[in-house]
Design a protein around this ligand. Structure first.
Ligand code: GDP
Ligand code: MG
Length: 295
């Protein structure tokens, strides 16, 4: 039996969450075109016949903290790299890296962990020579490592990458029961699904100014679960945008979120969303804690 923790590392938007979902063959992690969608260290578990892989999705490797929230993100990523992970998957874009990106990625080498380089979004670059050049640039700052050319979105090279991961796993008994998909509660996924819907529906500052908390979650025998969620924004002007003209925007958000949650849980739910202003929650340590971030 082999088992271990595998961290997906890479700059925001490179496709870490998409890859996690492709590996798990299941939409578990929140995916969106905006960077920094992933705020939590998320664990997805893949159980094979003789292996268990515990994947950690990370918020990305950020260097400087612009606010308290980013500070939390950086800490989560660092602890995944330095402590928890047995293996790092370094995911990169299929384009020539900037010196800054190389410097960030190079820091991973210092962690001294086994590592696999995966060049993602290869569906966008058909030219093999260009891909090789990209990989070579990264390999200069990394310890010797396997290189995989993949597309998380089109599911190209995923099986080969998975085989390589299993080959590198340490011998160990499983960490979790084989019916576990994740160690997070359903309500965590509910908040993430609502946030993902917010990302899809609103533009500009709204998505990053939002946090979701579950106020009430009642499972009902033979009836839909009742879920009350609070959507926090930072300013009253943002609240106005979230609600929309005659409340049409929030109505849409509620419907879409409810459908996403029902698809995820495989059962009916009744969702309510309340919008509240909580000034500057991103800079407020107590607020971050209450909203489930590890501060
Ligand atoms: P993360 O921030 O690293 O977790 O990135 P996400 O998984 O949220 O993906 C960011 C964006 O890149 C999304 O719009 C994805 O659909 C897109 N994306 C991810 N993987 C691929 C890929 O293999 N090919 C292409 N063309 N787009 C991808
Ligand atoms: Mg992500």
């Amino acid at each position: 039996m082999k088992a271990g923790f595998v961290a997906l590392i890479g700059v925001p938007n490179v496709g870490k969450s998409t890859l996690l979902n492709a590996l798990l063959k299941f939409q578990l992690s929140i995916v969106s075109p905006s960077p920094q969608t992933t705020r939590h260290k998320l664990l997805g578990i893949l159980n094979g016949k003789d292996y268990q892989i515990c994947f950690q999705d990370t918020p990305g490797w950020l260097d400087r903290a612009a606010d308290k929230l980013q500070d939390v993100l950086i800490k989560a990523t660092r602890s995944a790299v330095k402590q928890d992970a047995d293996l790092l998957i370094v995911l990169v874009e299929p384009s020539t890296p900037t010196p800054e990106t190389l410097a960030q990625i190079g820091k991973l080498a210092a962690a001294g962990k086994p590592l696999i380089l995966a060049v993602n979004k290869c569906d966008l670059v058909r030219d093999k020579e260009r891909r090789e050049k990209t990989a070579a640039a990264y390999r200069k700052v990394l310890p010797p490592s396997d290189t995989h050319f993949i597309s998380a979105l089109k599911k190209i090279g995923i099986k080969e990458l998975l085989d390589a991961i299993v080959a590198r796993l340490p011998e160990s008994p499983a960490y979790y029961g084989d019916d576990w998909l994740s160690d997070r509660w359903e309500r965590f996924f509910v908040t993430e699904l609502i946030r993902q819907t917010v990302f899809g529906q609103y533009r500009d500052e709204i998505p990053h100014a939002c946090a979701v908390a579950i106020e009430n979650y009642k499972e009902k025998q033979g009836r839909p679960d009742e879920i009350e969620a609070i959507l926090y924004v930072e300013k009253s002007t943002q609240k106005g945008v979230v609600l929309g003209k005659k409340g049409l925007a929030i109505k849409k958000l509620r419907e879409r979120s409810q459908t996403a949650i029902e698809n995820f849980l495989g059962r009916k739910v009744r969702l309510e969303i309340w919008v509240k202003v909580r000034r500057n929650w991103r800079r407020d340590k107590r607020a971050l804690k209450e909203l489930g971030y590890t501060v």
